[in-house]
Design a protein around this ligand. Structure first.
Ligand code: PAF
Length: 272
């Protein structure tokens, strides 16, 4: 089956409409391109849970602050399309900013306090921008299911809370052989930084295994990185752990040079 590439909303909707008329379920994987094995694992989940898979490639200006990397964000459309064709993705949607934001870049979604903690402290605009683009893409594509990565744990939680009409599935973090969580932004790391980067997951693992406490884990991270946050929270609410907590999340963000890396470990709480 060949992959169709759509950059017009009308043409996309015609294709989706024909599939829907045949009773086919549609899964959606939103991306900003710069595809890696992490994205491909989400596409695999999408395929397992639907008849047709749509992948979008859109670097969303609304989720970048002015001082961030919107300009430098890897744009690798040719390579991305080759990968998606190899995987026999049914449809790739490559909209322009004008199509996604026909009324301009004014913000209409405010996710409130949950968007101001953890990553939202350093990137206060980020979750409003993500929620806005995801809801807009959901409105255009009207998928049955959509798949997001667990690496962006706070993003996943906010999307579950603030978007509607679509079943949300998630895919586990995919790691390099040395433990570094795959991310498009890993391309920014220099050779020396790439050697240091796995210390992030190593430290989170030691904290998880009880070999370090939170204080020592922070100290250890600070030897290698500028620490943004390291927190242990209820994985479902992203609030402090209570007697009702069934799943725990160790969540971390650090800067390595000018590159911001995030990672997490999520696990069941014992005896609950
Ligand atoms: O996780 C991402 O790549 C982006 O935040 C998303 C969900 C594609 C929205 O632009």
């Amino acid at each position: 089956m060949s992959t169709v590439i759509k950059s017009s909303i009308l043409e996309l909707q015609e294709t989706l409409g024909a599939w829907r008329q045949q009773g086919q379920a549609i899964a959606f994987v939103p991306t900003m391109g710069g595809l890696h094995q992490g994205h491909l694992s989400l596409i695999k989940i999408a395929k397992e849970n639907s008849d047709r898979v749509v992948v979008s490639i859109f670097v969303n200006p609304m989720q970048f602050a002015e001082n961030e990397d919107f300009g430098e964000y890897p744009r690798t459309l040719g390579d991305d399309l080759s990968l998606l064709k190899e995987l026999q993705v049914d449809c790739v949607f490559t909209p322009t900013a004008e199509m996604i934001y026909p009324d301009g870049l004014g913000l209409t979604i405010d996710v409130g306090k949950v968007g101001q903690i953890l990553c939202g402290k350093t990137r206060p605009h980020f979750f409003n921008g993500v929620t806005q683009v995801v809801q807009r893409l959901f409105d255009i594509i009207e998928p049955d299911v959509a798949v997001f990565g667990q690496k962006d744990c706070q993003q996943l939680s906010i999307i579950k809370q603030f978007t509607s009409g679509v079943k949300i599935l998630s895919g586990a973090i995919v790691r390099e052989a040395d433990g570094l969580a795959m991310s498009t932004r890993n391309q920014y790391l220099s050779v020396d930084e790439r050697q240091i980067a796995p210390q992030l997951y190593r430290t989170l693992s030691q904290l998880h295994q009880g070999k370090l406490d939170l204080y020592m884990a922070k100290k250890q991270l600070q030897q290698y990185f500028k620490l943004d946050y390291l927190e242990i929270l209820d994985a479902n609410t992203l609030k402090q752990i209570t007697d009702n907590t069934s799943k725990i999340a160790i969540l971390c963000a650090v800067f390595l040079g000018s590159t911001r890396l995030i990672d997490n470990i999520i696990f069941r709480r014992e005896n609950v």
